[in-house]
Write a protein that binds this ligand. Structure first.
Ligand code: HSE
Length: 296
């Protein structure tokens, strides 16, 4: 059996506005993680020293999959080559969980299905909205039913450009979740259900006008924007361009969706005039393939 494998996992943007903890889309930015089984011990390279212990997410999901297979954890060397920015709302944690789960499964003979790996990692992450597109690629919606994630894929018009506006500061998802209310009004629940359905149709049709009004939310963005300096200024700027705007996952990255290929140039010129912080503009496209093994 092989003793080394490299898994490539795409970045993901979760929520897409109203689809809180449910919608997600895989994007063209990747983290590669290599697992090499050894006789004993754990060695993690390629990341900040703080993430080289046994609580590293790639290692915890690697161990969780081995446990579910009733297989022994031997030593392992893990090398992380991360191009997904960390703690920025682009699925960097989900990517490590997915890589660890797939890495362990490949090294021990591919006994679990992708659904099985999603079940295990969803129990660790607590919500499947980043994990599902990281495993399957494309645009997904997920629900958790009787404790298990169920995911379906949706069609996407090929003309969309995703512009990720990535700031030079982090926001921990735990903090971004801690500011959310435990209970919401019926009006807000109705607002999100109706807008969420429209988001999926607008993305399929490539209807920018519909997406701009559908991609609004009352469950999380209003509470989180105070944690993100410049949020309101940037949203106001994007709205003048006709593009759709939302928070990417729990933030702090902001996501702009447009059919206008010139928009990234326009934002590059205008953003520095309204903010003193550095916001990197990453033009991305949908990644239709999910996580995959990239070695032979
Ligand atoms: N749905 C999650 C959230 C995504 O918004 O908190 C980040 O993990």
């Amino acid at each position: 059996m092989k003793n080394q494998v490299t898994i490539r996992v795409p970045a993901t943007t979760a929520n897409l506005g109203p689809g809180f903890d449910a919608f997600g889309c895989a994007l063209s930015l990747y983290t590669d993680v290599t697992f090499e089984e050894t006789e004993e011990g754990l060695e993690i390279t390629g990341c900040d020293e703080a993430f080289t212990g046994p609580d590293n997410l790639a290692y915890t999901s690697y161990c969780a999959v081995l446990a579910s297979l009733s297989e022994e954890v031997r030593g392992v060397k893990i090398h992380i080559d991360a191009h997904i920015p960390i703690c920025r709302g682009l699925g960097s944690s989900a990517a490590l969980l997915v890589a660890g789960a797939m890495g362990a499964n490949v090294l021990r003979g591919n006994k679990l299905s992708t659904q099985g790996l999603l079940n295990i990692t969803n129990a660790m992450e607590g919500h499947p909205d980043n994990l599902a597109p990281a495993f399957y690629g494309g645009l997904t919606a997920s629900m958790v039913d009787s404790g298990l994630p169920v995911t379906v894929s949706f069609p996407l018009h090929p003309g969309w450009e995703f512009l990720a506006l990535v700031p030079d500061f982090n926001l921990a998802t735990s903090l971004a979740r801690s500011v959310l209310p435990e209970q919401v009004s019926r009006a807000d629940a109705i607002y999100n259900i109706s807008h969420g359905a429209m988001v999926l149709k607008a993305l399929e049709l490539g209807d920018e006008k519909l997406l701009r009004s559908a991609m609004q939310d009352r469950l999380h963005q209003n509470y989180r924007k105070k944690l993100i300096p410049d949020y309101e200024k940037i949203e106001a700027l994007v709205r003048t361009t006709g593009a759709a705007f939302c928070l990417s996952g729990a933030g702090p990255t902001l996501l702009v969706m447009t059919r206008n290929p010139r928009l990234s140039g326009i934002l590059r010129e205008k953003l520095p005039k309204i903010t003193e912080r550095s916001w990197e503009i990453l033009p991305l496209h949908v990644e239709f393939q999910g996580a995959k093994q990239i070695d032979n």
